[in-house]
Write a protein that binds this ligand. Structure first.
Ligand code: GDP
Ligand code: GDP
Length: 437
């Protein structure tokens, strides 16, 4: 299970500088595929074989000197709820402030590992200043310079050393994991209750999972899947509900641990920032997607034209990834509830599709021959063979070419679209790679 590291602290101590340093290498790889704009707050990092996610809790608020103490308090309690390790950043140049004391007093109460990071220790003399931070009661301050990177390697050693040693849960790998995500009041709890129904017996205890397991197994009407983090959805943290980014951070764990995300939208409201942020997390993690337009019962005029307008609006907001199913449903009246499950199952199948190499070449090579990649600097580009890579998270295809560096994005999109046309891959991301023959 993925670990989550949260960076907290008052404004201007260097949280976002540290975030960039911790996520830099991985970021480049992830962005290549997703091309998202929301990179400041959430990123992937890897250190000595540990992969983990990093969130900069400060990244969600406007960075100004007069950020309310109340806001920071909420950020910190959210980090305590969600993260596995908390990095509390302070600034050796400015020393201890009232806001640092306020944050420290909340952090002293948690059992989660907290590392106090004394940032801006750009030289040895500044190291002496760090002694001041002992009075925050959080143990040794850990001196780094996020700007130059000094000390960050040792900091990462310390971070991964704090990760829980608990083994992976014993889940059946062939059973899909669905996560229901969306902003507050979209209807997540309602739809989960509609799935599970009154008959609580169908929710079986899973052998080999811990007490805090985030998986619930569901078996009914020919469906068999894990719902990710349903307990977390039932147990709402009302204090934080009003925060714009609350449901986004809250979704990270569920999304990372799922195969397919059921993204709940509220038909009575437009798509807003929080919806886009959650969508972006789904994309960044290359998860399958089913969009549910919930509360469809509230929409008075439901003819096909209205549906089409909704659909187009959603697809244009979520572009360029547009090949995913949209279901108009009501958790309240249970309209199309099973359609949602059925579709999530189809997306899971799409995500795990294996196209035999012979079939793939049979379909794709004639198309490539008819529409070859445009020649570059007078050189012809030939693609002679393609295959699907085994054991990947999402369907990934390699096309072998004589001059792979000249095959550009638009042509890769052409190949992707053709594959999507030939095989039903709705709801799953796919990867296209061009390699040297
Ligand atoms: P945040 O508000 O906590 O996210 O802080 P930022 O990362 O935006 O940094 C605030 C300011 O401190 C910026 O001008 C950074 O360049 C600077 N800064 C960050 N880390 C260091 C460091 O290690 N040394 C020095 N000298 N400046 C730093
Ligand atoms: P969550 O915060 O995403 O878990 O949302 P809830 O499931 O708690 O629902 C928020 C509110 O919307 C509650 O008052 C629900 O009764 C209501 N609600 C949920 N689904 C529907 C629906 O399909 N139609 C209508 N009319 N109300 C709904």
């Amino acid at each position: 299970m993925g670990n989550l590291v949260a960076i907290v602290g008052r404004p201007n101590v260097g949280k976002s500088t540290l975030f960039n340093r911790l996520t830099k290498t991985r970021q480049a790889i992830v962005n290549e595929q997703a091309g998202t704009t929301r990179d400041r707050q959430y990123g992937k990092s890897e250190w000595v074989g540990h992969e983990f996610s990093v969130v900069d809790t400060g990244g969600w608020v406007v960075n100004s000197d007069d950020v309310f103490e109340e806001e920071i308090r909420k950020q910190v309690s959210l980090a305590i709820d969600e993260a596995d390790v908390i990095l509390f950043v302070v600034d050796v140049v400015n020393g201890v402030t009232d806001l640092d004391m306020a944050v420290a007093s909340i952090l002293r109460r948690t059992k989660k590992p907290v590392i106090m990071v004394a940032n801006k220790t750009d030289n040895n003399e500044l190291q002496y200043n760090a002694a001041e931070f002992y009075k925050l009661g959080l143990g040794d301050p850990y001196c780094i310079s996020a700007l130059s990177g000094s000390g960050t390697g040792e900091l990462l050693d310390l971070v991964v050393g704090k990760f829980s040693k608990e083994g992976e849960e014993l889940l059946d790998e062939d059973i899909p994991r669905f996560a229901v995500v969306g902003r507050p009041n979209a209807g997540k709890s309602s739809i989960i209750n509609a799935f599970i129904g009154e008959d609580r017996n169908i929710v079986t205890e899973i052998a080999g999972t811990t007490r805090d397991s985030i998986y619930t197994r569901y078996e009914k009407f020919g469906f068999d899947f894990y719902l990710v983090d349903t307990a977390g959805i039932r147990k709402k943290n009302k204090v934080n509900e009003d925060l714009e980014y609350y449901s986004v951070i809250r979704s990270i764990r569920s999304i990372e641990n799922s195969d397919v995300c059921i993204l709940m939208l509220d038909a009575s409201r437009g798509i807003e920032g929080q919806d886009l942020n959650i969508f972006s997390l789904i994309q960044r993690n290359q998860k399958g997607l089913v969009v549910v337009v919930n509360k469809w019962d509230l929409v008075e005029n439901k003819d096909a034209k209205v549906m089409k307008t909704y659909e187009e609006a959603i697809r244009s907001r979520l572009a360029p990834f547009v090949d995913f199913p949209i279901i108009f449903a009501s958790a309240l009246t249970k309209q199309r509830i099973f359609k949602v499950l059925e579709t999530a199952k189809e997306v899971y199948q799409a995500r795990t599709t294996r196209i035999p190499t012979a079939r793939l070449n049979e379909e794709m090579l004639p198309l490539i021959e008819a529409y070859p990649p445009p020649s570059n600097k007078g050189k012809y580009i030939k693609i002679k063979y393609c295959t699907q890579l085994p054991n990947t998270q999402v369907p990934s295809f390699v096309f072998f070419a004589n001059l792979p560096q000249y095959v550009k994005e638009p042509y890769k999109r052409f190949l992707e679209n053709k594959i999507r046309e030939k095989w039903n891959l709705s709801g799953t991301p796919i990867n296209i790679f061009i390699r040297q023959k």
